[in-house]
Design a binder for this molecule. Structure first.
Ligand code: GLU
Length: 431
């Protein structure tokens, strides 16, 4: 019978779940799901000094948020007996020695070729003589990273080890441990490093690479999944937007690149904007809620403001800046009211014409269609340039160079507030 596929994501809880870790989890998850395999979470917390419970919780929370729930979870700190038993097995076989309180695995000193069969990189060759003997148990009796990692992969029946390229140089050591234990060596796949836009190596430790950082900025799950999968993998037909099921179907390790994967924030923003702008409004509103609490005093205006900016925000943390003008008109220069090469006189004429007709509109007619109709009519009747009517009205209402259209803002603000903002603009331009 063919052995069932079993893979693992094996983070060390010495820092928050970072982008590289999240990508490892995703690649492992997709690989497992596609082949009805098992996806294991193994927390590598044998380094008791640097491992912290808060990081463990951050990892669990992050995986859960991404929707990458493991089938089985283990913590190395609970498995000391298993490592000890395997160390004893090697000692009984005469393959170890003790030195300075640690237990070492003796490795062959003659030229022995060690080949890593890698699904992404092909065969990568090493030579045993380039390696020192391997520490299995530290002075304090705890297993080292290398030993616990291999013993776990053996005892858990891991068939494929999918991890970052930074581990490629460890793999020959691991293979020597498998061989010493008489175990079958799994298949490897070393994913490309993640690079900053200047192609320098992205650090795991810097704060802005933690998944939580992106969650807190208001990136949403489907966007991050799409972004993470494209850190090294690409679809053969150039498709860029996938749901998780599609990815399970399309993802293949053979299509993962060897060279570094550049972290492109613009692409993440593009993907997030794509998903945000397509969310059903009620869902958008719910997800936006934590980011716009300060505006809740006026729920109706908040709802209108959110509707008008749904296709503009790249991530939720931008919302306060995008919508605050609805609640508080920012101070602006009179010169902003003047469209391109127009003049203050022309601007004043247009604004005044707009103000006069808007003032006459009944509350029940105060809706986008009617407002547009009336302003269009004024444009013709007064023979105005569009830039002398719509532009200054928009600036008067928003105090900004860029915003939703004048009738959208008029409707959202209501008649009274709109007129008062227009009066202010007339006063500014009149001086
Ligand atoms: N604990 C290792 C790390 O976080 C993972 C090693 C592995 O995946 O084999 O880098």
């Amino acid at each position: 019978m063919k052995q069932a596929i079993k893979v693992r994501f094996a983070p060390s809880p010495t820092g928050p779940l970072h982008i590289g870790g999240a990508r490892s989890a995703l690649f492992n998850y997709l690989f497992a799901r596609k082949q009805n395999g098992v996806f294991v979470l193994r927390v590598e917390d044998t380094d008791t000094k640097r491992s912290e419970e808060v990081y463990y919780e951050d990892i669990i929370k992050g995986l859960n948020w991404l929707g990458l729930n493991p089938d089985e979870t283990y913590r190395q700190s609970e498995r000391a007996d298993i490592y000890k038993a395997h160390a004893d097995q090697l000692t009984t076989a005469g393959l170890t020695y003790e030195q300075d309180g640690g237990l070492y695995l003796r490795i062959p000193t003659d030229d022995q070729k060690i080949v890593v069969h890698d699904l992404i990189r092909g065969d990568v060759e090493f030579n045993s003589k380039d390696f020192d003997d391997i520490v299995l148990l530290k002075k304090d009796g705890n297993a080292t990273f290398h030993f616990a990692n291999v013993v776990d992969d053996i005892t858990m029946g891991i068939t494929h080890v999918i991890r970052g390229e930074d581990h490629l140089s460890n793999t020959p050591k691991h293979i020597m441990i498998y061989q010493a234990l008489g175990a079958e060596v799994p298949t490897f796949a070393h994913m490309p490093l993640i690079l900053n836009e200047d192609r320098s190596k992205m650090s795991k430790r810097s704060g802005d690479t933690s998944l939580t950082e992106y969650i807190n900025k208001g990136y949403i799950q489907p966007a991050l999944i799409n972004f993470l999968v494209q850190l090294g993998w690409s679809d053969k037909d150039g498709q860029e937007i996938f749901n998780l099921d599609e990815l399970v179907d399309k993802f293949a390790l053979e299509r993962v690149q060897k060279g570094g994967a550049v972290f492109n924030l613009k692409h993440l923003n593009y993907l997030n904007h794509h998903y945000l702008s397509r969310l059903p409004f009620t869902e958008y509103q719910e997800l936006a809620h934590p980011f716009v609490k300060q505006f809740e005093g006026n729920k109706t205006l908040l709802e209108s403001a959110l509707k008008l900016t749904q296709d503009r925000a790249q991530y939720f943390d931008q919302l306060p800046e995008l919508i605050s003008f609805f609640f508080d008109l920012p101070d602006y220069e009179a010169s902003m009211l003047v469209f391109k090469k127009s003049s203050p006189d022309q601007t004043q004429k247009g604004l005044q014409a707009g103000y006069s007709v808007l003032k006459e509109i009944n509350h029940q007619d105060w809706n986008q269609d009617k407002l547009q109709q009336i302003l269009d009519h004024t444009l013709d009747a007064e023979a105005l340039n569009p830039g002398d009517l719509f532009w200054p009205i928009r600036v008067a209402l928003s105090g900004l160079m860029g915003s939703p259209s004048p009738v959208e803002i008029l409707e959202a603000l209501g008649k009274e507030e709109s007129l008062s903002r227009l009066e202010l603009a007339l006063a500014k331009i009149g001086n």
